[in-house]
Design a protein around this ligand. Sequence first.
Ligand code: GUN
Ligand code: FE
Length: 451
Amino acid sequence: MPLRVIQGTLVHAQSANQPLQILENNVIGVDKNKIIFVEPVECLSELSAQHGFELDEVHNINGCFLMPGFVDTHIHAPQYVYTGTAMGLPLLEWLDKYTFPVEAKFDDLKFATDAYHKVVHRTLKNGTTTASYFATIHKEASLKLAEIAAKFGQRAFIGKVNMDSNSPDFYVETTENSIQDTEWFIKQVQSMNNPLVTPIVTPRFAVSCTLELMKKLAELAEKYNLPIQTHLDENEGEIALVKELFPQFSSYANVYRACGLLTNRTVLAHCIYLDDDEIETLRSHGCGVSHCACSNFSLKSGVLDLRKLMTRDVKVSLGTDVSGGYTPSMLGSIRQSVIASNVQECQQRNGYRSVDFKEMFYLATLGGSKVLGLQNKIGNFEVGKDFDAILVNPEAANSPFDVFHSTYSDTIEDVVQKFLYLGKFASLNFGEKQAKTYNWYSCDLTDTNGE
Ligand code: GUN
Ligand code: FE
């Protein structure tokens, strides 16, 4: 694969404190998937001599900008089949009434294959180049999800879900089967030998797992050096139940800690009701939080104080939590997270500063990569990382917003902000080879196709 050189505007986050850097008139060089240079266009002839490419091979993205692909740190792939419906019940009733009956259907590999094609396609179409998925308890269907993500070139953490208690008869495992199937699944995914897909150990939440299962899962994560994901402190009814089931522990986070599930590669979804000790526990163990604002509003779980976690140095990121959250779009997550943070500012006042769109852009890209332990691979355009990008054309036909270059003079930052608030991905250049080779998705913005 020849060296690829792209010229134009790059938009990315450098760090939490520099969440939106705009590099106009830059050139980025990509060799064997890796970024080998990012330099101002003035260096072009020097670079062409140094790296041996012709100037007429440079691809100019005129009028568009490149940004890192979105990282969705929490999404339930099987729940995509009922996204946009079945909202309004509190978490535990919602799980019983809607979620478990649907997830049980993934026993049928044909049904699972169809649904998983759709969710991978749909998330890619929305610019999610990396996702951390919960699948279901079924090992074959979970493996199918890994195969489909690999086929389409999406970077994915895939979790076979574990549940051995407080679950319906039609959707539960024995502790022994749960462990055996998980180990089988881990080995199968690892033997695919595809750098894009990684198994992730996935106890659903403390309610549906025995201590024995959670401890054994932590051992598996250690044995195979794997990340872990679960839910924590999402809903008041859930928290009360965890207290009742595990009275020997002083907090919900301590249940996971006692089992060895809190590591610097653990992703904890929601975390709305953390007390101060739990915040400190997450920080000191280096755990990451996936903030799922759309789900928190849709299931009326609560409003997370995201700023507080950021101030206390807990790693944070954004997730869609499909289908507790009704949109598979990370743009949707960004928007609802801005609103959630504004609600906090309205309620707290006293100089409270909400998390703004630039910081949300950071959380949806580089922040997500840090939570998944992929900060050396993806998340921004640093030399040495994989080239994992989406190309945004703000002036595509039927774009859902106007750009005012002359009459009102939008800056590039304004255009990026308009994209984050109003943009939609509608068409995707799905050259499979391109996707596999570059993890680069070319997206036009139009208002003709839904999310
Ligand atoms: N807690 C346990 N399972 C789930 C789930 O599927 N979705 C959400 N939002 N919370 C959970
Ligand atoms: Fe969830």
